[in-house]
Design a protein around this ligand. Sequence first.
Ligand code: ADP
Ligand code: ASP
Ligand code: MG
Length: 481
Amino acid sequence: MPERLSPLPHQTLVMKFGGTSVGSARAMENVIQIVRQARAEWPRVAVITSALAGVTNLLLESAAQSARGETSQLPEAEQTLLANHQTIATSLIADESRRAAVMEEIGGLVRSFVELCHAISVLGEATPRALDAVASLGERMSVRLLAAVLESAGIPSKFIEATELIVTDNHFQSAHPDFGLTTERTRHVLLPLLEQGFTPVITGFLGATRDGLVTTLGRGGSDYSAGIIGAVLPADDVWIWTDVDGVMTADPRLVPQAQTLPQISYSEIAELAYFGAKVLHPKTIRPVVEAGIGLRICNTFNPAHPGTRLVSNGKAENPLPGEKVIKAVTAIRRQKLVTIEGRGMLGVPGVAARAFAAVASTGTSVPLITQASSEQSICFSIPSEACHAVLSALEKTFASELAQRDIDRVWATEDVSIITVVGHGTRHTPGVAGQIFTQLGQAGINVLAIAHGSSDVSISMVVESTETETAVKALHKLIVS
Ligand code: ADP
Ligand code: ASP
Ligand code: MG
């Protein structure tokens, strides 16, 4: 894809801050400095923020407990939510009346959290729509706090709920935006504020249906919010501020030797994100690529570090000096391999289509389909928690084939992990696959399956869940030895 030639370079910057980046007063002080610096360099700066670290989990756990009729923990959750926001407000909002006003608003949202949880416990069920109403409260609190903190630091800012900007379908918990309407509304609301010199502070993670019902974009979806808003404004650049120095050769929590990748291509990051690297939500990439805008991932706790720049696929084919073919390794845990097998399947058209339709009917997505040696079996992976529903759906779909023994059985393994090695040329450079399997063999790891993926920038393997860490570390030695 050609680089965008912008007639007005450095005009609009969208920055997204993750949960850890706004999770403490110390972190938020860094955010203030980062926003101040950005405003000195860019005429228009918009900010998207996640909920404070841990808040979304707490909200969703409380809703789940309430659905089981357990509400005794709600007062504690309420106190935790108030205290987390209050601590930051106390250290970073000097003006007493501004602090009281923002805590009053946050207090109101905490009360609606408690009310929603009680309603869920009465119904004995948390519908996806109710879960979105609860989960979205985290960002609705954090934007108020961050906007007030920025104002206190002398930075003109206003909080905005993305229910005003991002219009979605009603697929609660994983809503899909309507880009046409979202473009109209976002420009209508944000452009005047940006022109007046305000830095809008926008809720990540959420949107609303045309009827105004709150939806969320999926866990970790604030990155996607930044991609959407950046694309529709449009911004020149989107910067994702997180808690590590950009996209690294592996998850640094798993592999301490992991190193930052100064650049990564669209297809490489797409593959990494899809196969488990939490550093960027996989949906973020598409709107950004389609709008032809820049994307950078950087560290709130180390802002001087350049982090990672996304570059077009063509550019990534010209590696930087010293760059290896294999760029990164990642893992998705808690998967199961499902196999449908039987001699009667040989040459029967439509078996795969029916199998995947059955899986889709449960709302499960299939990250990987493995290479079958013959037509006698189909094998694919699914998240472990979906296993029960998927096996039931498959048994129902193939009831007559199972009765007639055309299909012998439909079964699932114990938990496994998908390990993915990413890099342009991984598939086509002679010897790379050999190195990968030698490395795993030397580490004593048994490869249960190899992916039959469509992308030529990655190879995926399935291993026993207990071997995840050893496999990732062994493969990482091919990048950093
Ligand atoms: P945020 O709250 O800022 O969105 P996340 O926790 O969602 O942050 O994502 C950042 C985390 O992603 C890092 O702390 C790191 O542990 C994890 N991660 C996994 N794989 C990678 C990778 N290849 N490079 C960088 N970080 C990774
Ligand atoms: N707060 C949301 C979550 O924890 C969205 C995000 O942080 O990206 O999933
Ligand atoms: Mg995230």
